[in-house]
Design a protein. Structure first.
Length: 458
């Protein structure tokens, strides 16, 4: 009886501690990782590093000098040499360490063993990146960072750089318009495509950039940001009028660049440029970012007249995609589906969109339209996105690299409020003034009059 009482007295706190740890791991994974998971994985990594590397086939035969030294000093068996390990650096989401590869190894060998390393060291995922020739970095992620997105403090933003989502390796996904000028974003209804668009507009609002929108859903997606937009078209007819103006603006900018390129005998080489970024800051026109929401609405036709209008708009979009980068005009094309069945020019336009972001789609063909021509293996990842994970997407580019990302929640009111606060930053572009959206004046409650004390008189 005494032993049973003692067992109950000891087991009660242990059960409570185990239950608290399980609850913390499920509800607050970051806190659990910092307190329990991180130290345990560090100890496991340090104690099993050599044996794990050998089991994964990441060791090489020792040099002859090493063999002679071991035999001369000890009677131990000469074992294979693993990659030399650097200092383990803990982070809020995992661990980071660098490995110096042994002669004859390559980064692909370590990347192929990432799944084995994940299980051996008890972490959620292991990612391998090349730092320099012969050195790779292992980024160990302790838990699923995409389940509850928390953007890191240092996001790497800047001019025409918007940290819009979090990657599965706990690094921010930055939309860099100077590196990837045009992008295609696909996603079914309630997949998080609109949330992605909100973050882009909110990130660009405080920057010296002109924002132009084409929203053929009567403006329900982009109208809340009217205070910061330089132009907005809410139906195909208005879009047919706006696109030629953008093409004319692009041509005028090319004329400006050509004037600056006039190669005179005394013209320095640094003053000869092929885009607006080589122009002096005083002469440089402001960049323009064009958001096209539900691009399929621009392709749909009902009559022969609509077909002529469609062909003109598609031709102008293709011209902007082909030539707009040098003129500082960037495209952000969004839709639920984008393929050859939309009509003439759809495939040609898609080929000009370097960046690709695919949210949850309704069929495999839609995922192939976005990612099939750049990263076929990413198509399966896009098709596996569950409906209960809005904002989750697969991002890639024409280099073939891709990763899973998720956009944090941002309410429409907060995004619209950020645009209203930056309304005074709308650049002066005379060609776009006729398309400037009307911004309704919100009623402001009149403050109650201040009752002042009456002065004392004689």
């Amino acid at each position: 009886m005494t032993d049973l009482t003692t067992l109950l007295e000891v087991g009660g706190p242990v059960a409570a501690l185990s239950g608290g740890a399980a609850y913390t791991r499920a509800k607050h994974p970051a806190a659990y990782w910092s307190a329990v998971g991180g130290p345990m994985s560090t100890v496991r990594l340090l104690s099993t590093y050599g044996s794990v590397m050998e089991a994964c086939g990441l060791t090489v035969a020792p040099s002859r000098l090493r063999v002679l030294a071991v035999k001369a000093t000890t009677r131990r068996e000469v074992r294979a040499v693993p990659p030399r390990r650097g200092i383990i650096r803990p982070t809020s989401t995992g661990l980071r360490l660098r490995l110096r590869l042994a002669p004859g190894q390559e980064p692909a060998d370590v990347a192929a063993s990432a799944e084995r390393l994940r299980h051996a060291w008890g972490v959620h995922a292991v990612y391998v990146t090349t730092v320099k020739p012969g050195v790779v970095e292992l980024r160990l992620v302790g838990y699923d960072v995409l389940r509850r997105v928390r953007m890191p403090r240092k996001t790497g933003g800047g001019f025409l750089k918007v940290p819009v989502a979090l990657r599965e390796d706990a690094m921010p996904f930055v939309r860099d318009y100077r590196t990837v000028p045009h992008q295609l974003t696909l996603g079914a209804t309630l997949s998080g495509k609109s949330m992605y668009l909100r973050h882009l507009i909110t990130g660009l609002a405080p920057q010296p950039v002109a924002l132009v929108g084409i929203d053929c859903k009567r403006g329900v997606e982009l109208a809340p940001f009217s205070a910061r937009l330089s132009a907005l078209a809410t139906d195909p007819d208005e879009a047919a009028e706006l696109l030629p103006v953008l093409v004319k603006e692009m041509e005028d900018r090319y004329d400006l660049i050509k004037e600056r390129q006039g190669i005179a005998p005394g013209t320095p080489d640094e003053e000869i440029t092929s885009d607006i970024w080589g122009l002096p800051e005083s002469e440089r026109p402001v960049p323009i970012v064009l958001f096209v929401d539900e691009v399929a609405e621009l392709f749909l036709t009902a009559t022969r007249k609509d077909e002529e209008r469609r062909d003109d708009m598609v031709t102008q979009l293709i011209r902007l995609a082909q030539l707009g980068r040098a003129a500082g005009i960037y495209l952000e094309v969004c839709g639920q589906r984008f393929g050859a069945e939309l009509g003439k020019g759809a495939t040609m336009l898609r080929a000009q969109l370097t960046g690709r972001v695919c949210h949850r789609v309704n069929d495999e063909a839609s995922a192939k339209m976005a990612l099939g021509d750049i990263a076929p293996e990413a198509v399966f990842a896009a098709c596996a996105i569950a409906p209960e994970l809005p904002g989750l997407a697969v991002a890639g580019d024409t280099s073939g690299g891709w990763s899973r990302i998720r956009t944090p929640y941002l309410s429409l009111g907060d995004a619209a409020g950020s645009c209203r606060e930056a309304a005074d930053l709308v650049p002066d572009l005379p060609s776009l003034k006729p398309f400037r959206p009307h911004v309704p004046v919100h009623l402001v409650e009149t403050p109650a009059p201040v009752v002042r004390p009456r002065p004392v008189t004689d």
